[in-house]
Write a protein that binds this ligand. Structure first.
Ligand SMILES: C[S@@+](CC[C@H](N)C(=O)[O-])C[C@H]1O[C@@H](n2cnc3c(N)ncnc32)[C@H](O)[C@@H]1O
Length: 401
């Protein structure tokens, strides 16, 4: 990795400043805008910018230790320099680095001493405590995996093509990829590429969806002709998968409390050629009540801490806190209680999160099953980040009465 163009350095600096210090600025959107605004940057430049940008977000706390102070809006260049020194990247001595005492940083690097686990894994102190409390000794292995870069995985849109054909089409467009054993619809890129520019994407042949996330649709196993409710559909990542598994037959009702997410879902459904989805905005509790006892299958892809997907969204560890997790757990409990009534007797539902904390996952399900004896657990899967893809939890639950 080398950083030898000043305009790339300035781009990284501005994007980091925005992500760290402006409210509600998410790394994926910030970098997308930066790259869009600089169309003349070549593919290698783009790769350098996004890799350095994401790595600095990932390793912020550890880099702050090396630089001897917390990052502030006016010392982001020092943070970048600490990263370049730590990662032994080749860089030019840009004027933006003037005045930074490199010797102090290099001394700390040479000593190799790291005072705390939170600094070692570059996470807030509260998060190190929570991870250890909830996961026990294996938390470090998971944290190590969460600091890796996520591979890019696509879900083949089987309404239009097969994984093998998709691999061939992508190859023709200069995007080498391969199928993944055990994940029937998944295709993984050999290296990072902007797949949104391909004709295969524009033709709706795939969606970007992590391999772990794809197992949720498989586990719910909706059949052609069924009535399915996706209660927390968001922009429809899993809804589209359900539509493909149902071969466009039957009905999917996609719900969310944000209308703008459902608007995006409709756009994606059109591109995918998924015709059996009806998006319904949850404007009040009546929307849910009207659906009671109507669904053969229900998906509750609940709002969560997102701690299973830090490989992909490393900035979220700096944006959330324990209060947020405690609030979201109460919401999960309420959602499970209210929405589980949507399934018919004999029907099945999945409660899923992209968290790895038992308190958001199996403990929520245990509490739900204790309070609702008419429901029983069929199967549970805990996918951990150390297994290679995103961390996810899913419980398949049956309504018996
Ligand atoms: C984990 S995300 C869903 C991701 C989506 N299923 C996908 O595959 O792309 C959780 C979603 O739940 C929605 N949500 C939050 N509270 C909700 C509620 N009370 N009822 C329904 N949806 C809710 C959020 O807006 C968010 O889109």
């Amino acid at each position: 990795m080398e950083l030898i163009h000043r305009n790339l350095l300035i781009g990284i600096h501005d994007a980091l400043q925005e992500t760290f210090f402006q409210d509600k600025k998410y790394a994926d959107k910030v970098i997308e805008r930066l790259l869009k605004a600089n169309r003349k940057w070549g593919s290698q430049d783009r790769q350098v910018v996004s890799e350095i940008f994401y790595n600095i977000i990932r390793w912020k706390k550890r880099l702050e230790y090396y630089m001897g102070e917390g990052v502030k809006p006016n010392n982001v260049y020092k943070l970048i320099l600490a990263y370049l020194l730590w990662s032994k990247s080749h860089y030019k001595k840009f004027e933006e680095f003037d005045g930074v005492k490199t010797a102090d940083i290099l001394n700390k690097l040479k000593k190799g001493y790291i005072p705390t686990k939170a600094i070692e894994y570059s996470i807030p102190d509260w998060l190190a405590e929570t991870m250890e409390k909830e996961l026990g000794p294996k938390w470090e292995k998971e944290m190590l995996a969460l600091n890796e870069q996520a591979p890019t995985v696509l879900r083949t849109n089987t309404l239009k093509t097969s994984p093998k054909e998709l691999v061939a089409d992508l190859q023709d467009e200069g995007v080498p990829a391969f199928t993944i054993h055990g994940y029937p619809d998944a295709v993984q890129l050999e290296e990072k590429k902007n797949v949104f520019l391909t004709s295969a994407f524009k033709d709706g042949l795939f969606e970007v969806q992590d391999a772990s996330s794809q197992t949720i649709g498989q586990l719910l196993d909706p059949k052609e002709g069924m009535r399915v409710v996706d209660a927390c559909a968001g922009a429809g990542g899993k809804t589209l998968h359900l539509a493909a598994l149902m071969k466009n037959k039957g009905q999917i009702i996609a719900l969310d409390i944000f209308e703008w997410k459902l608007a995006e879902l409709k756009r994606r459904a059109k591109r995918a050629g998924a015709h059996n989805i009806e998006a319904r905005f949850i404007s009040d509790s009546k929307v849910i009540k009207r659906l009671h006892n109507t669904a053969d299958r229900l998906l509750i892809d609940a709002p969560c801490s997102g701690l299973g997907v830090l490989k992909r969204n490393p900035d979220s560890k700096w944006k959330i806190d324990q209060d947020f997790i405690d609030r979201i757990k109460k919401e999960q409990e309420q959602i499970l209680k209210d929405y589980s009534k949507i399934i018919k007797k004999g029907g099945q539902m999945i409660y899923a999160t992209c968290s790895i904390l038992p308190s958001e996952n199996n403990l929520q399900v245990e509490k739900f099953l204790t309070n609702n004896p008419d429901y029983s657990l069929v199967k549970e899967e805990k996918i951990m980040p150390s297994q290679g893809y995103d961390g996810f939890y899913m419980a398949l639950i049956k309504r018996d009465n």
